[in-house]
Design a protein around this ligand. Sequence first.
Ligand SMILES: Nc1ncnc2c1ncn2[C@@H]1O[C@H](COP(=O)(O)OP(=O)(O)O)[C@@H](O)[C@H]1O
Ligand SMILES: [Mg+2]
Length: 314
Amino acid sequence: MNHIGVLYGMEESFPPALVERINQLIADRDLPNLRAESLKVGPVLMAEPSGYRVIIDRISQDVPFYRAFLKNAALSGCTVLNNPFWWSADDKFFNYALASRLGIATPRTALLPHKEHPPDTSERSMRNLTYPLDWDSLFAYIGFPAFLKPHSGGGWKSVYKVNSRAEFFKAYDETGTLCMTLQEGIEFEEYYRCYVIGGERVRIMRYDPLQPHELRYVQGNPPPAPKLAARIEADCRTLCHALGYDINTVEFAVRDGVPYAIDFLNPAPDAARESVGEENFAWVVDAVAELAIETATKPATAPEYRWQRILEGR
Ligand SMILES: Nc1ncnc2c1ncn2[C@@H]1O[C@H](COP(=O)(O)OP(=O)(O)O)[C@@H](O)[C@H]1O
Ligand SMILES: [Mg+2]
């Protein structure tokens, strides 16, 4: 029996809908020896197979126990969507740098030293840092308005829009030990959030970040102009292939017709029915279900890991 497991946290609507949809597709297509379920895990023994062929991970970013369990599962041929090794290595600042190298329109972005020393460090740990910092060159490069936001974060936590030096320093003072980036603010005429599933299936959703949470996915989902839509789709695929994400959302702010990639490290993207709306919800449940089945029914060609070669005696 090839099990497909769904691992999740506080979300209510997406995980059960996904399990149900996968099992329905399995029944419709008469696929033998395949079943989806809500994953169960207790204490994890080293190198022990997880019992799952595919795991869809919605929560290990918040639970180190789950992240470590998923890596152990991968060792025995389980495919985890998204790959926990990739995801552990990424940060948003690297992703912006990579995107700019890939020719994607990217807001100018800089990495800042922590405002306060990270836990268990002192000024003696920071002796390689230039001091005082050259703020003038930095502000000349980024400009205002700008966004001060964590180099790896999510859920709009610690995201500040700053319009001046004074506002920047006031916000920076509040960031404590977080590692922050400063980014050119894109004054956009349109904003889109896109699901990208399996690096290929793209759903472009009109999004209005200036509205209250429950109104951000724009009613009726007005599409971008065809040429812009084609560029957004192509950029979504380029980014997700390069980053190795199976499940992601990519956000674009459109200025003068150019889609700037704003946020594309969302491997457990919001998929709650009450937030994304019925049509987007149905789309993402179906796309992830198809991906899970595709993955479970093809021979396990796991991504290349260094340890694999040694285990296989190569
Ligand atoms: N460079 C930017 N230009 C314009 N708006 C931005 C920019 N960076 C962030 N924002 C706004 O702030 C919101 C949150 O920032 P984001 O990078 O998506 O962080 P998070 O991962 O916390 O969602 C975005 O949805 C967007 O509305
Ligand atoms: Mg975001």
